[in-house]
Design a protein. Structure first.
Length: 144
């Protein structure tokens, strides 16, 4: 019979904890280069089978860049912004612009600390960009 002391497991636990990958911080990164504001927005994984349906309402013309917390790909030509205060806004993109290009995150370059429809675009990390056609305010509704 082999006896294992509780102290012989400690090196194993230390090795296991050291091998864990670091958690990636998923926050909007803000950078100013030559008087130009650039925001790197992380894209969260899309929740499949969610019990929430999102009802669209008329949205604002612009949103303050500082309120954007992250984004979710919500359709083939739309990205949902998660905003401070637990709000959600849908940005509809130009027809020729697949939202899947932004899966790894994207950049915003607001001109005046605001992101506006018809003026600003989102830029993929691969070099492409898409104009924001309009915003819609989303309201959660439980699915049946």
């Amino acid at each position: 019979m082999i006896f294992i002391s509780p102290f012989s497991v400690i090196p194993l636990l230390i090795g296991f904890l050291a091998a864990q990958p670091p958690l990636i911080e998923r926050v909007v990164t803000r950078m100013v280069a030559q008087d130009e504001l650039i925001l790197r927005v992380p894209v969260d994984p899309r929740a499949f089978g969610s019990a929430i349906n999102w009802v669209e309402h008329k949205g604002p013309k612009c949103i303050r860049a500082e309120t954007i917390r992250s984004a979710v790909l919500s359709g083939p030509d739309q990205v949902d912004f998660l905003i401070a205060g637990h709000q959600r806004l849908r940005a509809e993109l130009d027809e020729d612009c697949p939202a899947l290009d932004f899966y790894a995150g994207f950049y915003l370059q607001p001109q005046d600390e605001q992101v506006c429809r018809g003026r600003d675009a989102i830029h993929s990390r691969m070099g492409g960009s898409c104009m924001i056609k309009k915003f819609k305010r989303l309201e959660p509704k439980l699915a049946h």
